[in-house]
Design a protein around this ligand. Sequence first.
Ligand code: UDP
Ligand code: MG
Length: 138
Amino acid sequence: MSNITFTMLKPDAVANNYTGAIISDFIQGGFKIQAMKYIWLTAKQAGKFYDIHKERPFYNDLVAYMSSGPIVAMVLEKDNAVESFRTLIGATDPTKAAEGTIRKKYAKSIEANAVHGSDSDANAIIESSFFFSQFERF
Ligand code: UDP
Ligand code: MG
């Protein structure tokens, strides 16, 4: 399944009222919404979602941050979704993100960087199924 990716509008983006603008950018970028959920993660849930990063020095801060306020989780569809979406959002560090990208426009810091984007087709499905039961069939 190369046509879906998973994203979250992170707590800084939601708290700063960028939700509508960012979703508009996704749609302008050619993505279709397949699923969407507004949810406040517990630290346990955030820790499980980011389990692949548990040995990284930023893990504990990241888990605290991702459970600090509500997020919007979404599954997006487009041809070549994973790569196309990562181009739209820009580099992890907003100071290195290209002009016009979502992280360049809306991110506060390398941690509070406005949005998540899956890094592979396999992870897009794993991450989508973390939030949305309908993706478990893939
Ligand atoms: N992160 C951080 N410090 C770092 C690198 C990453 O706080 O030095 C956070 C940031 O929120 C990032 C997330 O951890 O989005 C996951 O890191 P990853 O390397 O997977 O970046 P992404 O795929 O989100 O661009
Ligand atoms: Mg990543």
